[in-house]
Design a binder for this molecule. Structure first.
Ligand code: SF4
Length: 336
């Protein structure tokens, strides 16, 4: 156990301010994430250094398409999550720890993560699979050491971190793929156990603080795939974050409590892709489904094919010094 950051005593309990649930936690009880517990008046993180997953992934798998394309990212997770999404594909590890569940994982010191990333030839460390916010103290310690070794740090997040915690990790955080799961507060409440507004604030924080941001929406048939809602998402990205922010539209496959639902029809993904382009987003990508080269990057000015991808592999990358080699248009991203 390790003492947590971001908490204060309040009325004989402790108030956690790591994520936007702001749990008020009585002695002997855990917060909503199931991995932070009030132990005799101190908030303790139960997952510090306890890795449940460690993999070397292509950065494209996060997905990040405009951040060091073709590089490898050392990807880690602990158990726990502050959401309870009914469609979670990693629910066996994300929901563990809730209701007093056992905290499992391999003990790994921060310096061991950094050494393993360097040995594997990675350019970055990704905090992913579950929600990095809930293992913040560990991620923060790893991230500081990683920067000293010239590695970048990447979050793959549901966007529920408080701005206080984001300001703390900002000097060490280089990119974040944040889910915008819906534009409906009732979807967030009923299906994820959270609220929409804090996610929108977190997204805006990234744009304002110039942390490289890509946005992902998993399309679930009948839940968040109406034309109206997808337009709201695309317009929010364009107006509040920037038309250059990549939008990844991902296909749902039945998982967890939504095991009985059908997968997203191919046509819904294509419709969302077209809508994103219509709204004026420069970079829209489809995930988990092949569609007319929608996993490639094209120059938004002259349509030159810049990055050709096949699955998570980069086949060709023609971007030179952040520009299109044909028309010299700036292509937004982190390229080196
Ligand atoms: S990090 Fe966990 S304990 Fe803290 S506010 Fe979020 S859900 Fe509650």
């Amino acid at each position: 156990m390790h003492e947590a950051l971001f908490y204060k005593p309040e009325a004989g309990k402790v108030r956690c301010s790591l994520c936007n649930h702001h749990c008020l936690i009585a002695p002997g009880v855990r917060g909503i994430c199931g991995v932070r517990e009030n132990v005799d008046g101190k908030l303790m993180t139960l997952v510090y250094g306890k890795l449940i997953a460690e993999n070397v992934d292509p950065i494209e798998k996060k997905p990040l398409y405009h951040f060091l394309p073709g590089s490898l990212s050392y990807s880690i997770a602990t158990v726990g999550c502050n959401f309870r999404c009914e469609f979670c594909q990693n629910w066996e590890i994300s929901q563990r720890g809730k209701n007093g569940g056992e905290i499992v994982g391999r003990n790994v010191r921060p310096e061991e993560v950094v050494s393993a990333a360097l040995e594997a030839g990675c350019s970055s460390i990704s905090y992913t699979y579950t929600e990095p916010t809930i293992f913040f103290e560990y991620a923060y310690d790893v991230a500081k050491l990683a920067v000293n070794k010239k590695l970048k740090n990447v979050f793959v997040s549901n966007g529920y971190t408080t701005l206080e915690a984001l300001d703390t990790i900002k000097p060490y955080l280089h990119a974040n793929n944040v889910d915008l799961k819906s534009f409906s507060d009732s979807f967030y409440q009923k299906i994820c156990g959270a609220r929409l507004e804090p996610v929108l604030e977190t997204l805006k924080w990234h744009a304002k603080n110039k942390i490289w941001l890509e946005v992902t929406t998993l399309l679930i048939p009948g839940k968040n795939d109406s034309k109206e809602e997808l337009r709201q998402i695309a317009e929010f990205i364009r107006n509040e974050l920037g038309d250059f922010i990549p939008w990844h539209i991902s296909r749902f496959y039945p998982h967890y409590k939504m095991n009985g639902e059908p997968p997203t029809p191919h046509q819904s993904i294509i419709n969302a892709y077209k809508l994103g382009k219509e709204v004026g987003l420069k970079y829209v990508y489809t995930g988990n489904i092949p569609h007319e080269n929608a996993e490639n990057t094209y120059c938004p000015k002259c349509s030159e094919l810049l990055i050709e991808r096949f699955g998570f592999n980069v086949v060709k990358n023609k971007i030179k010094d952040g520009r299109c080699p044909n028309c010299a248009e700036t292509i937004e991203g982190v390229w080196a």
